[in-house]
Design a protein around this ligand. Structure first.
Ligand code: C2E
Ligand code: CA
Ligand code: CA
Length: 742
């Protein structure tokens, strides 16, 4: 969202400068707005005080004139009546005092300044008749000024006992042309002004007044507070002495107009600006790391598909390789089991290819190999799959109705087509091939069995004289054991303790230190050690693999006990098949054996293939998690030949990747094998897994693996799998001549 916005803004070096600018602009705008609001509040308050002061001034003026007018009317009546009767005057005066707020006392002062009559609101402090005003300098001065100007005159402010400020108004009166003295009024300033202005709480403003140095009036005791105010001066008579009035807002109004809103706005604006910047900044950062992550994921995925492709195809002929063939044939078997179709597996081997290699160059021999798939394809266009098994061997899978009937034609045509001369540069080369055929389902229904039988048939064809094809015949297998016999032999073997482990040491490439060994199953049958490849399929199929391996594992843990005796422990890697892993007693048996022989679980590594994990995803995951919590290491065996899926690596607690020996074999000759090994090493590194190369047969291979950062290796170059006695000697540096290796 922000990205698009920034793009539209344009001209920025990066998103971060845009974020800074937007945040800064936002903060400035909010600050300006709060200053503006603050100023507006101030202006409005000043205007309101001005209006209020004006109203108060008008009221005071009007009310003062009302009082003067009332006194004036008494004077006029005096004149009209040619003087007045005391009783009448007193009646008038007491009425006025009652009616006009603030008028405290009304007096008649004669022309000599002597008080003659008085009517007061309060009984206190009313001057006695006979009081001579002329004896008080400043009062006399005002009286004479009033007489002379014929206008009412205000006295100075007097403070009476009891804190009341008062002021006098003198109004000159004439009877015809005879000066008859003054009507005098004493005003109580507090009452007068309080009556003039509205109650402070409703108007929101209060008043204070000073006359000369006297503070004559303050409302609500607020006089003297700091803040906005308005002053005005009033002088209603002939002298130069006036009053100063000050109008203030009440605290409520003040707090209303001086609300902290602008400050809050400024602060929150500032905070929002900062938050905005921080949010955008973290978004920008998150976006950048997401980009990096997706790049990383893409890279891993590319690596994954690269590994998958390379691992399934042969670099020379671009045909599917052995591992692809295994998966293909397995699926095909499942498909044909339900459809009832038959499959023919043809094993094709070029005759005397070694000679071809010797006579011509390697490159030329490779060119010949590249031509073979085309020749096969010319004959078998449909429903066939050709795999390159390595070297000069190819396997063709065909599934078709009446395949057995058609085989005669197909095989003859294939041989014929391969026989055709091959022109390579100036050379014209002639080759022949031998083919062995085996059928699913009646000659075998397991991948390994079908391929082995087809190979047997091909070897038979070679023996017959080459350039022929042979169909597998059970009698060809007379030398090998039948399945039922094999199972019987297994049971006997278990009873007689014929199964044991050979140990192939594993080394850290950098230091050359032995870090452990892989236990490889051997069957000592009739005094000869048999390799697992020759019996494992049947053992797995019959379920006897569990008992066979358990007896061999148990022996291995026991042997390792002797090895550990006084030495720092080394790691033991064991191979576990799908059948074994899925067995309900697997974990229990394994942990019991370890416990019985005091084998530390962190020294055990369980090697599994991806295929094994996939076969029973849920239960495999649970078993692996249990192993992992017991600190047992998990290694992915034959890595590169299966799915090479990143998701398996991530979902299962895998610690070690073992690069399959088929990729190590030509690592020093074949660019694509090297690339594949590199990709696996890189993948292992990025997933923090240890990478082990297996099948190292030459120094050159080890050197390349070391250069590429592969951590560990095992293989014939380093050591062949050894019987325990030899392994023990090697480990204890007793005697290195291991002669019984296999
Ligand atoms: P694997 O787990 O890939 O074991 C490595 C095989 O490569 C072993 O074959 C070993 O002898 C062989 N090897 C080691 N170094 C080299 C080398 O430098 N060059 C070549 N060409 N080969 C080398 P072996 O012992 O015949 O075992 C074959 C397979 O049988 C094993 O492959 C493993 O999948 C299975 N296997 C072995 N022992 C057990 C076992 O105890 N339990 C189970 N379930 N399977 C086992
Ligand atoms: Ca292994
Ligand atoms: Ca392996």
């Amino acid at each position: 969202m922000f990205e698009g916005f920034f793009k539209r803004l344009g001209g920025f070096k990066d998103s971060r400068s845009a974020a800074v600018l937007i945040s800064a602009v936002f903060v400035v705008v909010v600050l300006l707005a709060s200053v503006f609001i603050h100023q507006a509040q101030k202006n409005y308050l000043e205007r309101a005080i001005g209006v209020s002061a004006q109203n108060i001034e008008n009221t005071i003026t009007k009310k003062t004139f009302d009082i003067i007018g009332a006194i004036g009317r008494m004077g006029t009546r005096w004149q009209k009546n040619n003087g007045t009767i005391e009783q009448l005057w007193r009646h008038d005066a007491s009425q006025y005092v009652k009616d006009i707020d603030g008028v405290d006392v009304l007096m008649w002062i004669d022309s000599d300044g002597v008080l003659r009559w008085s009517e007061g609101r309060l009984s206190v402090n009313v001057p006695e008749s006979g009081f001579n005003f002329f004896q008080h300098g400043d009062l006399k001065e005002k009286l004479l000024l009033s007489r002379e100007s014929k206008r009412p005159e205000f006295s100075k402010v007097t403070k009476l006992p009891g804190d009341n400020y008062t002021i006098h108004v003198f109004y000159p009166i004439w009877n015809a042309d005879v000066f008859d003295g003054f009507i005098g009024a004493r005003l109580d300033i507090d009452v007068l002004l309080s009556s003039m202005i509205q109650p402070s709480d409703s108007s929101g403003f209060v008043l204070a007044a000073t006359a000369g140095e006297h503070k004559v009036f303050t409302a609500d005791g607020l006089y003297g507070i700091d803040g906005p105010q308005k002053t005005f001066t009033m002088n209603m008579d002939a002298d130069n002495e006036g009053w100063d009035f000050t109008v203030y807002p009440t605290t409520e109004v003040l707090s209303l107009f001086q609300s902290p809103l602008p400050l809050i706005m400024a602060l929150s604006g500032f905070l929002i600006g900062i938050l905005f910047y921080l949010t955008m900044n973290s978004r920008i950062k998150a976006k950048a790391s997401a980009k990096l992550l997706s790049k990383e994921i893409k890279r891993s995925q590319q690596m994954e598909s690269q590994i998958r492709h390379m691992s399934k195809h042969d670099a020379l002929t671009h045909l599917p390789n052995r591992s692809y063939l295994n998966i293909y044939l397995e699926n095909k078997i499942k498909e044909c089991e339900s459809s009832g179709q038959k499959i023919a597996v043809m094993y094709l081997n070029i005759d005397d290819f070694k000679q071809l290699n010797d006579v011509y160059t390697h490159q030329l021999a490779d060119e010949v190999l590249k031509i073979i798939p085309g020749r096969i394809n010319q004959v078998l266009k449909h429903n066939s799959m050709i795999a390159h098994m390595g070297g000069d061997e190819f396997v063709i899978c065909l599934s078709e109705n009446l395949i057995e009937e058609k085989m005669f034609i197909y095989a003859e045509d294939l041989l014929k087509n391969i026989r055709k001369p091959i022109s390579l540069g100036s050379e014209s080369i002639r080759i022949t091939a031998s083919i062995g055929v085996c059928y699913f389902p009646h000659q075998g229904h397991v991948v390994g069995e079908l391929i082995t039988k087809a190979e047997h048939a091909m070897n038979q064809a070679k023996q017959i004289g080459k350039d022929v094809y042979t169909i597998f015949d059970e009698s060809l297998e007379s030398s090998s054991l039948y399945k039922a016999e094999l199972i019987q032999a297994f049971n006997k073997g278990i009873d007689n303790n014929e199964f044991e482990m050979f140990f192939q040491p594993r080394y850290e490439i950098k230091s050359g230190d032995m870090v452990g060994a892989e236990a490889l199953l051997r069957w000592k049958k009739d005094g000869k050690f048999m390799s697992p490849d020759s019996f494992l399929d049947v053992a797995e199929d019959s379920g006897l693999i569990v008992s066979i391996c358990n007896s061999a594992f148990n022996k291995a843990f026991e042997q390792y006990q002797q090895l550990f005796n006084g030495n720092p422990p080394i790691m033991l890697a064991i191979n576990v098949s799908a059948k074994q892993l899925a067995h309900p007693d697997f974990l229990n048996d394994l942990f019991s054996m370890m416990e019985a022989h005091h084998f530390p679980s962190e020294m055990l590594e369980v090697e599994l293939t991806e295929q094994t994990l996939i076969e029973n995803y849920e239960s495999s995951l649970a078993t692996l998690n249990a192993l992992s919590s017991a600190e047992v290491k998990i290694a992915l065996d034959d890595f590169g030949t299966g799915y090479s899926s990143l998701s398996y690596l991530k979902n299962f607690p895998v610690n070690v990747l073992k690069i399959d020996k088929s990729f190590v074999k030509d690592i020093h000759k074949n660019e694509s094998d090297l690339e594949l090994a590199k990709a696996i090493i890189a993948m292992g590194k990025s997933l923090k897994m240890e990478v082990v190369a297996e099948g190292v047969e030459e120094q050159k291979q080890l050197q390349i693996l070391a250069n590429e950062g592969c951590q560990q290796a095992q293989g014939f170059y380093l050591n062949k799998p050894l019987p325990f006695a030899d392994f023990y000697k090697l480990f204890n540096h007793i005697d290195n001549s291991a002669d019984q290796s296999y």
